[in-house]
Design a protein around this ligand. Structure first.
Ligand code: FAD
Length: 433
C-alpha cells in the first residue's frame, strides 16, 4: 500500500482502505493500493496520467451505492469523487453545473432555496452522487414523469482515460453542433472517463404531492391499472408483490401494515392531483395516506428483503410496460427453486427480481446462474433489457450476451480500446474485454 508521489490528497492506511471493498451489491473487491481525493479536474488528470505511466488500474468511486459491483476495486487505486464539489445554479434557465461528488439529497437541499430540484430520484438519494447517477444512467421512482439521468445531462466536464480534461455539450437547449460524446459517458460506469462536473437540467419543486396505495389480487389486474393510470401522468407508479409486502410488514420500525396483495403506489404532483387521486380511488380498492408514510413503506422494500435470508441479489429487468404482468408471472414460474420477490417501477416496466439467499460467494454464483437462465429467456420472450437502471458492473456481466449481440459488443470493445489504450479505467466492468 502506498500513495503515489502526487500532490493530491490520499490515504493508504489499510484500515481506511477497507471501506472501499464493498458497495451495496453482494460482491466484494480487493484492497486497493491507495485512495485519492482530487478536488478538481486538473487533479483527476494528474492521477490518470500517472496511472497510465505506471500501468495502474483506476477505479472511480462515488457514493458506493451500486447494486452491481461497478465501483469495486481490484488492486490499483481508487479515485474517490467526494471532494469534487463545485456548484453554480442558473435559476432562470433551470440549470445546475454540479461537481461529480455532490450527493443528490444534498444537492436538492441547496436547489430547494431556488425552488428547483434535480428530479432523478433513486431510492439511494441520500447516498448516490452526481457522478454515480451519470455513470449509471440512473432512473428511480420518478422516472415515469421526469425521465432518466440521460434526459437531464446537457453537458459534461470529464477526464479521459489518458488524462485529458474535456468539456462536451452545449449550454443551449438546442444544439446540433456536438458529437454527443457526453451522452456516451452516461451509463458507461466509469469505463470511458471520470466525470468531474455535470450541467444538468432541473425542474420546479412541485407545490403539492398526493399519493394513494392501491391493492390488487392478481398481477394482471395491476397491469391493466398501470396502463390506465399512466394516462393521468402520475409522478410515480411503483409496485410491490405480496412477498415484498410480507417482508415490509414484518418490520417493527414500520407501523403501516398492508394486506399481502399486489400494491401500487400512485403519486401525482400537479395542480389536478386531488381530482386524479379521487378518480382512481373511486375506481380501484385502495387507501389514501400521507405520502411520506407511503414512501417510507415502499423504500423499505429492498432492505426488508435483505433481512429475509441475510442477502439478496437484485436483477433490475425492464420490459415494455404492457408486458409487466406476464414478466412477473414468468419469474415466479421459473424460479420455483428459489425464494424470489419482485417490486419496482411499474410505470417504466422495470421489475426488480430479487433472489433471496444467505451471504457468501457461492450463493452469489448460484444467483447469477439462475438470473442468467431466467433473464435470457425474458429477453427473447418479452424484449427485456438486462438492466433498466443499475448498470452491468460485475454482477451482470454474464448476462450481457443475452441482450447485446456480438457486433455491438465488438464496437463497445473498439471504443474502449481507442479511448483507453492501457485499459486502466475501471477494468473488468461493463465491457467484457
Ligand atoms: C437502497 C438502494 C436503492 C436504489 N434505488 C435505485 C433506483 O431507484 N434507481 C436507480 O437507478 N438506482 C438505484 N440504486 C442503485 C444506485 O444507487 C445507483 O446506481 C447510483 O446511480 C450509484 O451512484 P453512486 O454515486 O453511489 O455510484 P457508485 O456506486 O460509487 O458507482 C457506480 C458506478 O459509477 C462510477 N462512477 C462513480 N462516480 C463517477 C464519476 N464521477 N465519473 C465516472 N464514473 C463514476 C463507478 O466507477 C461505478 O462504475 C439503488 C441502490 C440502493 C442501495
Amino acid at each position: 500500500m502506498a500513495c503515489p508521489p502526487l500532490d493530491v490528497l490520499c490515504i493508504d492506511d489499510e484500515s481506511l482502505l477497507r471501506a472501499y471493498l464493498t458497495d451495496a451489491s453482494p460482491l466484494r473487491g480487493n484492497l486497493p493500493q491507495a485512495v485519492l481525493f482530487p478536488s478538481d479536474a486538473a487533479e483527476v488528470a494528474k492521477v490518470i496520467r500517472w496511472a497510465n505511466k505506471e500501468k495502474v488500474a483506476v477505479y472511480p468511486y462515488g457514493g458506493g451505492s451500486s447494486l452491481v459491483g461497478s465501483p469495486l476495486p481490484f488492486d490499483g487505486i481508487v479515485v474517490d469523487t467526494s471532494l469534487l464539489l463545485d456548484l453554480e445554479v442558473f435559476e432562470k434557465d433551470k440549470l445546475v453545473l454540479a461537481g461529480a461528488g455532490w450527493r443528490l439529497s444534498e444537492l436538492n437541499h441547496v436547489l430547494r432555496r431556488y425552488g428547483l430540484w434535480f428530479p432523478v430520484d433513486p431510492g439511494s438519494v441520500e447516498w448516490a452522487t452526481v457522478g454515480g447517477v451519470v455513470a449509471t444512467n440512473a432512473g428511480g421512482i420518478r422516472a415515469v414523469k421526469y425521465g432518466l439521468t440521460s434526459d437531464h445531462v446537457r453537458a459534461l466536464e470529464f477526464v479521459t482515460p489518458v488524462g485529458e480534461v474535456v468539456w462536451s455539450g452545449a449550454w443551449a437547449k438546442k444544439s446540433s453542433t456536438w458529437l454527443r460524446v457526453h451522452q456516451l459517458l452516461v451509463g458507461s460506469e466509469g469505463t470511458l472517463g471520470i466525470v468531474t462536473k455535470a450541467l444538468l437540467t432541473l425542474s420546479r419543486v412541485p407545490e403539492r404531492r398526493e399519493a394513494v396505495l392501491l391493492l390488487f389480487e392478481e398481477a394482471e389486474e395491476m397491469g391493466e391499472a398501470v396502463l390506465d393510470i399512466l394516462e393521468l401522468a402520475p409522478s410515480a407508479l411503483e409496485f410491490m408483490d405480496p412477498k415484498t409486502v410480507r417482508a415490509v410488514n414484518s418490520r417493527t420500525d414500520m407501523s403501516l401494515k398492508m394486506p399481502e396483495k399486489y400494491l401500487l403506489l400512485v403519486e401525482f404532483d400537479d395542480e389536478r392531483s386531488s381530482e386524479k387521486t379521487k378518480l382512481i380511488l373511486d375506481k380501484y380498492e385502495g387507501i389514501k395516506e400521507d405520502p411520506e408514510t407511503l414512501w417510507k413503506y415502499r423504500k423499505l422494500a429492498g432492505p426488508s428483503l435483505t433481512l429475509v435470508k441475510g442477502s439478496r441479489s437484485d436483477w433490475d429487468v425492464a420490459v415494455p410496460v404492457s408486458l409487466l404482468p406476464e414478466a412477473i408471472k414468468f419469474v415466479y414460474e421459473n424460479a420455483r427453486d428459489w425464494e424470489v420477490a419482485v417490486f419496482g417501477h411499474a410505470g417504466d416496466g422495470n421489475l426488480h427480481v430479487n433472489l433471496l439467499h444467505p451471504p457468501g460467494e457461492e450463493w452469489v454464483r448460484k444467483a447469477i446462474e439462475k438470473a442468467k437462465e431466467i433473464i435470457c429467456e425474458m429477453s427473447k420472450r418479452y424484449k427485456a433489457t438486462v438492466s433498466g437502471e443499475h448498470g452491468i458492473g460485475l454482477l451482470k456481466l454474464a448476462l450481457l450476451g443475452c441482450e447485446v449481440d456480438e457486433p455491438a459488443l465488438e464496437l463497445w470493445k473498439a471504443i474502449k480500446k481507442a479511448l483507453d489504450p492501457n485499459l486502466i479505467l475501471n477494468p473488468g466492468k461493463k465491457i467484457p474485454l
